[in-house]
Design a protein. Structure first.
Length: 123
């Protein structure tokens, strides 16, 4: 079942600024994901490089290069387009796994999918 999950306030995301992280269950594995703002729009991806399945941030929640134009993988230098997740340069094998979002009334919402679900933590 697809549902909308509140992630953060819109004001938490600045163009080319730090990401807001969140956890997802992707194909049965717990993975880190992140949401960013680029050219006024919000985008979210799994924090998993398409080159080697490693987390990409070069500092906690930092994915943009100094120009604020590209997302970088800190390990091998793969470069991704922030609005599509497509590989732009470097050792990529495809693009980033994009996560569906909407932004309304000052809140960013993640839309689950069959292979991307909220993490269920034991109580």
């Amino acid at each position: 079942m697809i549902e909308a999950v509140s992630l953060c306030n819109s004001a938490d995301l600045l163009d080319g600024g730090p990401a807001v992280p969140f956890d997802v269950s992707f194909g049965g594995q717990i993975c880190r994901a992140f949401v960013i703002r680029y050219q006024g729009q919000v985008h979210a991806y799994l924090n998993r490089c398409a080159h080697v399945a490693m987390e990409m941030d070069w500092q906690p929640n930092r994915f943009f290069d100094d120009s604020g134009r590209w997302l970088l993988c800190s390990t091998h230098g793969a470069v991704y387009q922030p609005d599509t997740g497509a590989c732009a340069d470097g050792p990529c094998r495809g693009g980033l796994v994009k996560i569906s979002l909407t932004e309304r009334a000052g809140v960013v919402h993640w839309h689950t999918a069959h292979n991307l679900q909220p993490v269920e933590f034991p109580k």
